[in-house]
Design a protein around this ligand. Sequence first.
Ligand code: NAD
Ligand code: WQD
Length: 342
Amino acid sequence: MSTSKKILVTGGAGYIGAHTVVELIAAGYEPVIVDNLSASDKTLLRGVQQLTGKTLNFHQGDCRDKNFLNFVFKTQGPINCVMHFAAFKSVGESVQKPLLYHHNNVGSVLTLLEVMSEHAVTDFVFSSSCTVYGQPDKIPVDEKAPFKRAESPYGATKQLCERILEDVHTTGFRIISLRYFNPIGAHPSGLIGELPIGIPNNLVPFITQTAAGLRKKLTVFGNNYNTPDGSCIRDFIHVGDLADVHVKALAYLEKDTRKNVYDVFNVGTGKGASVLELVNLFIRTTGAPLPFVIGPRRPGDVEKVYADPTRVNTVLRWSSRYSMEDALKHAWAWEQKLHKSH
Ligand code: NAD
Ligand code: WQD
């Protein structure tokens, strides 16, 4: 019988979940993956298998389905910790389909907590987002910054989930919310990376698809912001670094003997980079052609945000290993590999 600790990874067939599964396996954990494949397929799971040489313990099902979750907890147990990535994440789509987003993102958290409680599982790591801050008054933004009214239903679901988690932790849960800034890049092997469905909303997949000839040109949304080059500023973090934080969060919870924990960490590099800086770095480092134009601002975009990562650096003892250049190289290698294999 295996003695390694089992970690339930919801949304493990998706972008960040799949990268985290790789890091968990490398650190000696045994991931149990749950995903309903509503925003993914099995491509990344196959990549993880190739990368790790492990047969994955995967269960297809919905995190709002209590019977399904009960079955997984009963047959797989004991589960040491739940890492909850499963959610819908498109800001624009959430404006069109607010009920779907609230139902999926908030409903999944509620159902998972109920089932965890029934199976006496206490430890939970939640995928939150810097979107909870909106446009912060002070940059770099630290965890004490107040939530501004969310710009989108997606942002509202993350705020609501965090509130729920904070409320329930006093009843015996040990919870960490990780507020991710802008994850980019892919595994250095080129075997797993971002696989958006349809036209990408996010900057880097739009760039790599444009350079690969799938899109005609990139539009930079605005160059008249109050920033040095006029384009928006973000904190771009390599997805491999982000995956690594999850392993550090587990180690932290394992060492912590408190019965009730609610802890929040910003997960960013602490360095702001502008959209135009990133675009030019992509062209310089990959040599790939990237036609782009300057367009109007995208409604709802914040002008400038980057993390104060002091807490994650000192408390979780994590800092980023990869540069933005690495992330762009890896994202491009992944995009190229995708086209070779299809
Ligand atoms: P993703 O869409 O690649 O992965 C999410 C996975 O969850 C998908 O495989 C999807 O099929 C699955 N899923 C969705 N609803 C489900 C449900 N009810 N039951 C089971 N599976 C379900 O997204 P990602 O980029 O890997 O994001 C992971 C998490 O991180 C999400 O919670 C997202 O909101 C959060 N986040 C992402 C970003 C980002 O820019 N990618 C930034 C901040 C926070
Ligand atoms: C980055 C910058 C765009 C596409 C979103 C969510 C946030 C979090 C991360 C989940 C912006 C510009 C983009 C393009 C562009 N996700 N851009 N042309 O909006 O910072 O954050 O993903 O929690 O909650 O809001 O990320 O990658 O969409 O945009 O100029 O074709 O790139 O205007 O300034 P964003 P993004």
